[in-house]
Design a protein around this ligand. Sequence first.
Ligand code: PLP
Length: 394
Amino acid sequence: MIYADNAATTKPCQAAIRAMTDCMEHIWGNPSSLYEAGQAAAAVLADARERIAVCIGAMPEEIYFTSGGSEADNQALRSAAYLGARNGKKHIVSTAFEHHAVLHTLNRLAKEGFEIELLDVGAIGTVTAEQVESAVREDTALVTVMYANNEIGSVLPISEIGSVCRERGVLFHTDAVQAAGHLPIDVKEQNIDMLSLSAHKFHGPKGTGVLYARKGIALTGIIEGGAQERGKRAGTENVPAIAGMAAALEEACLHMAENAAKAAALRDRLIIGLSQVPHAALNGDPLNRLPGNVSFCFEGVEGESMLLLLDDRGICASSGSACTSGSLDPSHVLLAIGRPHEAAHGSLRLSVCEKNTEKEVDEILKAVPEIVSCLRNMSPLWRDKINGKKEFLL
Ligand SMILES: *Cc1c(COP(=O)(O)O)cnc(C)c1O
């Protein structure tokens, strides 16, 4: 099998697996219990909190464990919105190509009376700090802009946006789920007030993540119950997963530069190779790009058909985002960068990591053009384009 879908999830690393199995075998007490077995589990949590904080330049008391990126996004947005509302601020600035965990929470907040302004991400798929600056108003409660886009790989100017928000005194949240463990993060230096990350996107376990909230920001709990996470997130902590997340993040940060260089070399080989396919276009920022992300639209093919034929050859890839596959609507991200519906339906995302090889990339580079030709040859629409009856889009 060739696994080229690391933006959907990653294979757990040995360090994470070891930390998790060790916890499950030996440290299975409830961290809220006062006897020794409980306190041993509490010590694992404290240690993980400390190590994760170091990785992103935060303090341990600014780290809240959640069930993943989606929960962290939900809690960050609701907390900032309600804090703002108390001071009469009900305007929220975001972008049109955020993850659904952000966009759907914003839709909910709109129904609760908040005014949501989504910035245009242009053809390249990014926003500038100037765009953010001109959108911010006296009554802006929150700016939430993702660090890197999960579908098209654009990396956004988070430090510049952070400075603008700090100058204007507006809370700034970033969904850094695709960035954590892959790109440097320093929440203090980058003026980030709140940040979401998820362990399974950096070779950690699924179902666990972090919401970082700068000291002094009063979070709103979205799960009621016990007093875990300083009363902000009820529920017995997933101790093994949290230990695995800390181990995975530490390892990812330790090898970040070399891993990014390896992934970027494979990414560029894929981009150069796939650019040879006629009527195809790279999606996302060609320069400021996640090290492992390759995203293309191929005119005249269906993404889903491409995926099935790739699967026949043992290649795991994605079309649009994993969350929307199964639905017939084209990806909101591709529509946001101006791809016509028809072209957006022919999208392919390959996301590689340092574990992939040149040999695998060459196999993908052989498979994709063959599959695209094969599907185009079967398409009546493509025949119309070849015969000049319909216009080419790409
Ligand atoms: C995967 C992802 C999420 C969701 O994280 P989960 O831990 O799967 O809930 C949120 N935002 C982005 C950008 C992602 O890639």
